[in-house]
Write a protein that binds this ligand. Structure first.
Ligand code: FRU
Length: 424
């Protein structure tokens, strides 16, 4: 097992650590960091489709952007199969939960548009069938590049492998709606290297996905965040003093937590267009704490770097736990050191009475947090549930120094633009 210095060198930075001690501070159901209960009578965006990860069109600085007054979101999307014999139970009823749980294998990028930042109208698939090189089109980021409407869609091409790719197209508007044209040539950018970021050969459960490109407000260069796991054979990671942190007596036992090795990766572009990338050591690691830090993204505020990432209860390591939701870290410069927000990292979690009500939170620079509805209990015991596959109510949050506070709740899927670009 290599030390961090052997693995990552001394420049440009050492990854910051989310420690077991930090995670011990997680308090589920703290009202300032808990998403309000989602009611089981939620409306569904589209009865033929499941939608989940939601990716607002934005610029490279992170601003959610409309075009000619039209808001645009991209979503991971899969058909619902209410009549497919494969998804009928022994009584002939549609087993929606099984269909929903299988969705990742057939995820495709779709887009939607709206005049009001909600009540999204169906756009369609972004890429025609056969364009994307692999079976699954997983999460990423659509970037509006200019006032000609050019869009770079960064996403993850998964199965076989997991490759961060991009495809360029154009957004076109009329009085009546929005269409996406082009998106015909997918360019592979990079994959896990096995030195800094774990590969499939090192761990069949590796994660490498969810690109989030951005321009650093301080140095102006083009970078990209992504989800990864720390390189090394599964089981070979060491949960030492640094990963454990300052724990009380009796909390030194790390159990099998060496199997949880999430990190937030970063790459820097070698060119202005973002076609040529160099992976750098992770910004943040969670070895011994959690196995997934998904969809990492930034809010740049008050000269600080607020780093957000989503994670699950089931991906926590032995001896630590927390709700499904979004976690956050803050630093004064891009390469850290990062410290957990609210002491623990927890920023917005599901209430323990509805642990799966929402997921895939995305914090926007205006403090609004969008997510999707996963499943909501319909009875007291929580044995009956209603599957979502649709937009959750948006939450309003205040970010203040090292803390965050839930302050408002808005309509389902409310994603208002922060600026509008008039297309030439
Ligand atoms: C988050 C996520 C992403 C991934 C996608 C797969 O909900 O797990 O990390 O890209 O969903 O469906």
């Amino acid at each position: 097992m290599k030390t961090n210095t052997e693995k990552f060198g001394t420049t440009p930075h050492q990854p910051s650590l989310w420690t077991r001690a930090d995670a011990l501070k997680v308090r589920a159901d703290d009202p300032t960091t808990t998403q309000p209960l989602v009611s089981a009578d939620f409306p569904v965006l589209n009865n033929d489709l499941f939608i989940w990860d939601t990716m607002p069109l934005r610029d490279l600085d992170g601003n959610v952007t409309s075009v000619d007054g039209w808001s645009v979101i991209f979503t991971l999307t899969a058909d619902r199969h209410p009549n497919d014999p494969q998804y009928l139970d022994e009584d002939g009823n549609y087993d929606i939960l099984r269909d929903w749980n299988d969705r990742h294998g057939r995820a495709k990028m779709y887009y939607w548009f709206s005049r009001t930042g909600k009540n999204w109208e169906f756009g369609g698939r972004v890429m025609a069938e056969g364009i994307s090189p692999t079976a699954r089109e997983w999460a990423g980021t659509p970037i509006l590049l200019n006032d000609r409407g050019e869009v770079d869609l960064y996403y993850t091409a998964v199965t076989p492998g997991a490759t961060i790719v991009k495809v360029r197209g154009r957004v076109v508007t009329t009085e009546h709606g929005v269409s996406m044209v082009g998106f015909e040539k997918v360019k592979p950018l990079f994959e896990a290297d096995g030195n800094m970021y774990q590969t499939e050969a090192q761990n069949a459960f590796w994660g490498f996905r969810d690109p989030w490109p951005f321009r650093d407000p301080k140095d102006g260069k083009l970078y990209m965040l992504f989800e990864g796991n720390v390189a090394g054979e599964r089981g070979s990671h060491k949960v030492g003093e640094a990963e454990i942190g300052d724990v009380p007596p009796g909390y030194e036992d790390v159990g099998n937590s060496r199997f949880q090795t999430a990190c937030v990766g970063i790459a820097v572009a070698r060119d202005a267009d973002g076609d040529d990338w160099e992976m750098l050591p992770p910004l943040l690691t969670a070895v011994g704490v959690n196995d997934q830090t998904e969809r990492p993204h930034f809010v740049f505020q008050d000269g600080k770097y607020y780093l957000f990432t989503i994670s699950h209860t089931f991906t926590y390591a032995d001896g630590v736990t927390g709700p499904d939701g979004v976690y956050g870290f803050v630093a004064d410069s891009l390469f850290g050191p990062y410290v957990p927000l609210n002491g623990s990292g927890l920023v917005l979690g599901n209430p323990s009475s509805q642990p799966f009500q929402t997921y895939s939170h995305y914090v926007m620079p205006n403090g609004l947090v969008t997510s999707f509805i996963d499943s909501v209990p319909t009875d007291e015991t929580g044995t009956q549930i209603r599957v979502g596959g649709t937009e959750a109510p948006t939450v309003g949050m205040k970010i203040k120094g090292l803390q965050t506070f839930v302050v408002a709740e808005y309509d389902y899927g409310y994603i208002p633009p922060m600026l509008d670009v008039t297309l030439k």
